[in-house]
Write a protein that binds this ligand. Structure first.
Ligand code: NCD
Length: 322
């Protein structure tokens, strides 16, 4: 793997390889000493033009546990706020010897521009670009679903026949877009639930069903329900009458939580608006995978950095992970 830009480009075998290596990484994270020497001497730059806590920290932890050197670059307080272009920033990183650049950017397509521009030779990982894609989030979500539904040793398995329902602000969500493509590639059935104003125009070309009624979607018996954050910061118009009304029709409250089939799980990428798209009962219930998603995120990002920077595994490297 040279770059990770979008889950739409991932073949099933590539996606499964990332999930399986993440499973190996998760095993190493149960040891007392969590650090592996694998990426010693490599430099990973976290280039964040948009606010983020968990994604940036997760990539930082992942790189450090593989013994890479990490440089955190956030646009606030940097020359970017003085008008430096993406090209100049990239060329600076290249001169510093970056081996991988993890980029989050408000503009959809910025990571691909960086990867294909010729400005840098580093591998590029998209950590979220505009409303377009967030591939490592989708991978950690798929990993979490697989682990919860099939147990720890589910290497090689896809999500064939699993029903995943994604609820909420689909329009502004790069998490939803990346999940749709990855879940489809892994064999899951995906249903999107939202008010019509929060369903994108181009959804007719996506491999999904669309439902406007959350209670009906829950009655259909999903294996996993993914609640999305209402992205007020990306909303420049009124997409629903009031927050109260949204919550009443599309929020996961205690009653809807009870109506879910036994064994089904609830995901949320964070940060959560408690009381808006998800109630405290749902967020803190045993069905909720919110904290597992955070922990799994580190393993998945370790796998991605490893596959990007260490290339195909030799047998002795495989032994090191055991
Ligand atoms: C998501 C994001 O930034 O796209 N969060 C995350 O990566 N943890 C989802 C969101 O902001 O709602």
């Amino acid at each position: 793997m040279r770059h990770l830009l979008d889950t739409r480009d991932l073949a099933r075998t590539e996606a499964l390889e990332i999930l399986d290596v993440a499973e190996d990484m998760a095993d190493t994270q149960r040891r007392e000493v969590k650090k592996l020497p694998t990426l010693r001497g490599k430099t990973v730059v976290n280039l964040f033009f948009e606010d983020s806590t968990r994604t940036r920290i997760s990539f930082e932890a992942a790189a450090k546990r593989l013994s890479a050197d990490v440089i955190n670059f956030s646009a606030k307080g940097s020359s970017v706020s003085k008008g430096e272009s993406l090209q100049d920033t990239a060329q600076t990183l290249q001169a510093m010897g970056a081996d991988a650049v993890v980029i989050r950017h408000g503009a959809s397509g910025a990571p691909r521009t960086l990867a294909t521009s010729g400005w840098i030779t580093a591998g590029v990982v998209n950590a979220g670009d505009g409303t377009h894609a967030h591939p490592t989030q989708a991978l950690l979500d798929a990993f979490t679903i697989r682990k919860r539904l099939f147990g720890d040793d589910s290497r090689g398995r896809g999500l064939d026949g699993i029903r995943v329902t994604i609820v909420g602000d689909i329009l502004h969500s790069r998490v939803a877009r990346s999940n749709v493509w990855l879940l489809h590639t892994l064999g899951a059935h995906v249903t999107l639930v939202a008010p019509p104003t929060l369903i994108p125009q181009d959804v007719s070309g996506w491999p999904v069903e669309v439902e406007y009624d959350l209670d009906r979607a829950i009655a259909a018996g999903p294996d996993a329900l993914m609640m999305l954050r209402i992205q007020l910061e990306r909303m420049n118009a009124a997409y629903f009458p009031t927050e109260r009304e949204y919550s009443r029709r599309y929020g996961l409250d205690a009653r809807r939580l009870d109506a879910l089939p036994d064994g089904s799980i609830v995901l949320h990428p964070g940060p959560m608006n408690r009381g808006l798209e998800i109630s405290a009962e749902a967020a803190d219930s045993p069905r909720s995978t919110v904290l597992e998603q955070v922990a799994n995120g580190v393993s998945v990002r370790m796998a991605v950095l490893y596959l990007l920077l260490a290339g195909a595994r030799t047998d002795s490297e495989k032994e090191d992970l055991r």
